[in-house]
Structures are given as structure tokens and as C-alpha cells.
Ligand binder design. Structure first.
Ligand SMILES: NC(=O)c1ccc[n+]([C@@H]2O[C@H](COP(=O)([O-])OP(=O)(O)OC[C@H]3O[C@@H](n4cnc5c(N)ncnc54)[C@H](OP(=O)(O)O)[C@@H]3O)[C@@H](O)[C@H]2O)c1
Length: 255
């Protein structure tokens, strides 16, 4: 008898930023591998559409709106999960925002800095703390953070974004150490340019794209489904001995 090492049957997975792009691809793939998925982002309507499509394919999906940059909405999300008796085994911190690319780092306002840190770093930190504690109490779980090559390569035009994601990488490693003894694995995916609404900013700028391709051994952009397959690996028992890893899905840019 063979068992599917990538199966998520019996697991509940919360994916933030799941209405489109990388998060949507992760939600679709996880549901297809048997997980009961909880889709989260700011707009209830787009979440409902995504959840309806998953259910139409025979999957189990819930849609709960929450702004990852607002602590009171994260608390409300946690209350909603409890009220629906949804015990999260897998958390994917995927929701993220980037500043406008034409922004000089020295001109970063406090408001922009706070907005980026709140969504990309503070939200994932506190959601991981709350759900990581619950996973630990139940004997295990998996947290996957969606990071970027920009966390390791300084790009001043999106400097606050780079700093926030570098912080997320360290959040990954700190929680991996603290929660590992309790059976909770914590890993991150370091994405290169991926074809989504956010990635389009680079894709629609031929000069910028050409520069990026010079250092990309695979000479192409990535697709959300390629990130989703790596997230499935990290969420499932296929990666049972991996924790604290920042795994590159970037076409080899950091090689
Ligand atoms: N695409 C790339 O090239 C690339 C490269 C490296 C890393 N990444 C990372 O990958 C992740 C996903 O990016 P993507 O390219 O898939 O972006 P995207 O297509 O713009 O999707 C972003 C998702 O996050 C949600 N979202 C945005 N702000 C939110 C907030 N404050 N609270 C909750 N949800 C929020 C959006 O839905 P609503 O608008 O409904 O809230 C949407 O579902 C991000 O963390 C990003 O930094 C992307």
C-alpha cells in the first residue's frame, strides 16, 4: 500500500492573502490535497468567490475577511475560527504589500513604513504566535511564511519592503527554534518575480525585467502554482525534518 506523503487530509489550513495570486494558488492546491482551507484577505466578496469555486470542485473552504495590518481584525479572525471550531494545523502567512517602486528610501514616510511593517511583519508575527501556541498545545503543526529574494538583496526603491521581509525571515527562524520542541515546524519561501498583480509591476517594466533576467539562471519569471507546490511540500509530512528553512523559489537568482 502506498500513502500520499503530500496529503493534507484531515488538516485545516489558514491562508492569508488567499483571494488571488500566490495565496489563491496555495488555497486551491491545499484543498485539492484534502485540506479544509480557510481563506483570508481584506475583501469578503472576492474570498467568497474563491471559496465557492473550491467547494464546486468538491473541496472544503471557508472565507473570513481580515486586514493583516490591524490587530483588532486579527483578534476577530481568531474568534471566528474558535466560534466555527476550526483548529488550524497549517498557517500560511502570505498576505503582503509593497511600496510604490518610484519611492526614494530617504523619503519614506512614517505612515508608509508603519503600513508595510504592520501587514508584512507585525500581522504575521502575532498570527503565528497565537496559532503557533494552539498548534503546540495540540502537539504539532506547520507554519509557512511567504518571503522574497528582496529580503536578502538590498533594493532601495522598495527598501521598507526588503526590511519587513528580512524581519519575516528572522521571525521564521525564531519561531522554528521556540516551537520545534512542541512539534511545530516553521519555514519560509523566498520568492523571485512571480506572475501576479504584485509581480506585474516588474513584468510591465521591460528595462527592469531585463535587468532581473540577467541574474536569473532560468531566464523566466515564476508562476503562483510553482510557489504553491513548494508550500505544499513545506506544509505536508514530505518536509517532516525541515524547520527554520528559507527555501528559494526564484529561478536560481541567489545561486
Ligand atoms: N509576485 C511577486 O513577484 C512576489 C515576489 C516575492 C514575494 N512575493 C510575496 O508573495 C505574497 C503574495 O503576493 P502576490 O504576488 O500573490 O500578491 P497579490 O496578487 O497582490 O495578492 C495579494 C493578496 O493579499 C491580500 N492582501 C493585501 N493586503 C492585505 C492585508 N492588509 N490584509 C490581508 N490581506 C491582504 C490581497 O487581497 P485583498 O486585496 O482582498 O486584501 C490578495 O489576496 C506577498 O507576501 C508578497 O510579498 C510576491
Amino acid at each position: 500500500m502506498t500513502t500520499d506523503i503530500l496529503s493534507l487530509a484531515g488538516k485545516t489550513a489558514l491562508i492569508t492573502g488567499a483571494s488571488r495570486g500566490i495565496g489563491r494558488a496555495i488555497a486551491d492546491l491545499f484543498a485539492g490535497h484534502g485540506a479544509e482551507v480557510v481563506l483570508c484577505s481584506r475583501k469578503q466578496e472576492s474570498l467568497d468567490e474563491a471559496a465557492t469555486e473550491i467547494r464546486a470542485r468538491g473541496g472544503k473552504a471557508h472565507a473570513i475577511a481580515a486586514h493583516m495590518g490591524r490587530q483588532q481584525e486579527i483578534h476577530a479572525l481568531l474568534q471566528q475560527l474558535a466560534a466555527r471550531s476550526l483548529h488550524v494545523d497549517i498557517l500560511v502567512n502570505n498576505a503582503g504589500i509593497s511600496p510604490p517602486h518610484d519611492h526614494a528610501l530617504v523619503d519614506t514616510t512614517e505612515a508608509l513604513w508603519d503600513k508595510i511593517m504592520d501587514v508584512n511583519l507585525k500581522g504575521p508575527f502575532f498570527l503565528s504566535a497565537a496559532l503557533g501556541k494552539q498548534m503546540a498545545a495540540r502537539g504539532g503543526g506547520s507554519i509557512v511564511n511567504i518571503s522574497t529574494t528582496s529580503a536578502l538583496m538590498a533594493q532601495p526603491e522598495i527598501g521598507a519592503y526588503c526590511v519587513s521581509k528580512a524581519g519575516l525571515n528572522m521571525v521564521t527562524r525564531c519561531f522554528a527554534r521556540e516551537l520545534g520542541p512542541k512539534g511545530v515546524r516553521v519555514n519560509a519561501i523566498s520568492c523571485g518575480v512571480i506572475k501576479t498583480a504584485m509581480g506585474d509591476h516588474t513584468l510591465n517594466d521591460p528595462e527592469r525585467l531585463a535587468d532581473m533576467m540577467k541574474v536569473n539562471p532560468l531566464k523566466r519569471v515564476g508562476f503562483p502554482e510553482e510557489v504553491a507546490r513548494t508550500a505544499l511540500f513545506l506544509a505536508s509530512d514530505a518536509s517532516s525534518y525541515s524547520s527554520g528553512v528559507i527555501l528559494q523559489v526564484d529561478g536560481g537568482v541567489l545561486s
